[in-house]
Design a protein around this ligand. Structure first.
Ligand code: SAH
Length: 347
């Protein structure tokens, strides 16, 4: 097995290079090349030929291939299907905001969390991505669009806290001043609520934004739509969020997919305000996106706004998520799914 250099942190790369008997400055040169998107050792023009040969024998550089790319006609959203080296397909979405480009990246091929409203989990988990594969989504989109990504949201396919070692390596690398250099404050990580992962992130004290996919205000409803809640109950989850906030001082974002007749009643708004009391937070309302197999429907626009107003009156900071790229199925595993149906991709 060759060592994938793009998946190593700077310290790990430096240890690897020193094991090859090479001087320390070589590792800095290689790190820079890797994080500028070079995919062949021969392109590292300031390395001696002997080292290039050595690297070719012993190491590799993960490279994603653009399998398909869709540009929205109604906004500047661009959705990519990337093919991994083993033929698996993942999704990445670039969204243009007034402050720059935000990239929604995947952390796994599929997902094993089983949320009933989510397309990405329907065929289970195929495998987790390596740190290099997570990072290369950014490098490839930057190169393809000729832009610099300013914000990262880990809200694509997969549960990032179910792949935490690689995600932490990725976070360190993407933040590295010698690499892509995106500030932690410009990175959000979304989780369905794996508490040990939240605690581990809290211990690292990385000032990223934690997003919790809450979606319900009682254990009964939440366990019905999110199996993870059967293991980690709401009360434990909220306690973990408070601990996280106490350690990092960061505001927490709560995602709430509004589903007609399931979680959009006045009692839900009241319970939500009660649950989040004392947490410095923001609630992001997402009218649920119907998927083929589920019977969920979003409430009418009027009712979503009424629910938002309720939350605001109860003292919460709540906004409705802007829908981008609706003409290119830019949400929640839809494209990868459609492509697997057509037999266009090896899944
Ligand atoms: N596994 C992570 C991140 C991936 S999903 C998590 O659970 O947070 C990103 C967000 O989209 C999550 O909040 C998820 O619950 C939500 N989501 C998934 N399917 C959806 C759908 N059909 N409609 C609305 N939101 C959905």
């Amino acid at each position: 097995m060759k060592t994938d250099l793009k998946s190593l942190t700077r310290e790990e790369l430096s240890a690897y290079i020193s094991n090859l008997g090479e001087p320390a400055f070589r590792s800095k040169q290689i790190f820079r090349w890797l994080h500028r998107g070079v995919s062949d050792f021969a392109e590292m023009t300031d390395l001696p030929k002997t080292l290039i040969e050595k690297l070719r024998e012993d190491a590799s550089i993960t490279t994603l291939r653009i399998f398909k790319c869709f540009s929205s006609q109604i906004d500047d959203t661009v959705k990519y299907l990337f093919e991994l080296e083993d033929g698996n397909i993942i999704e990445t979405v670039a969204m243009k905001y007034h402050h720059g480009y935000s990239l929604c990246i995947s952390s796994q091929v599929g997902c094993r969390m089983g949320c009933t409203f989510c397309q990405s989990t329907k065929n289970g988990l195929v495998r987790s991505l390596t740190a290099g594969e997570i990072l290369d989504q950014i490098l490839k989109v930057q190169a393809d669009l000729g832009i610099r990504i300013t914000n990262i949201v880990m809200m694509g396919i997969g549960e990032p806290l179910d792949n935490l070692d690689e995600v932490i390596r990725f976070l360190k690398n993407v933040n590295d001043p010698e690499g892509i250099n995106i500030g932690y404050r410009h990175i959000s990580l979304s989780t369905c609520g794996l508490i040990p992962g939240i605690m581990r992130l809290a211990e690292l004290e990385l000032p990223i934004t934690l997003s919790i996919s809450l979606h319900a205000t009682s254990d009964e409803v939440r366990s019905g739509i999110m199996p993870v809640n059967r293991k980690y109950h709401l009360e434990q989850l909220i306690r973990a969020c408070k601990d996280y906030q106490a350690r990092t001082g960061r505001r927490i974002s709560f995602e709430y997919s509004v589903i007609s007749g399931v979680n959009d009643r006045y009692e839900d708004a009241k319970r939500l305000a009660e649950l989040l009391k004392g947490i410095l937070c923001h609630v992001n309302l997402i009218p649920v996106n119907p998927i083929e197999t589920g019977g969920y429907r979003p409430p009418s626009r009027k009712n979503v706004i009424a629910f938002q107003n309720c939350l605001i009156k109860l003292g919460l900071n709540a906004t409705i998520r802007r829908t981008l790229g609706s003409d290119i199925s830019a949400s929640c595993g839809q494209l990868r799914h459609q492509n697997s149906e057509k037999g266009g991709a090896a899944l």
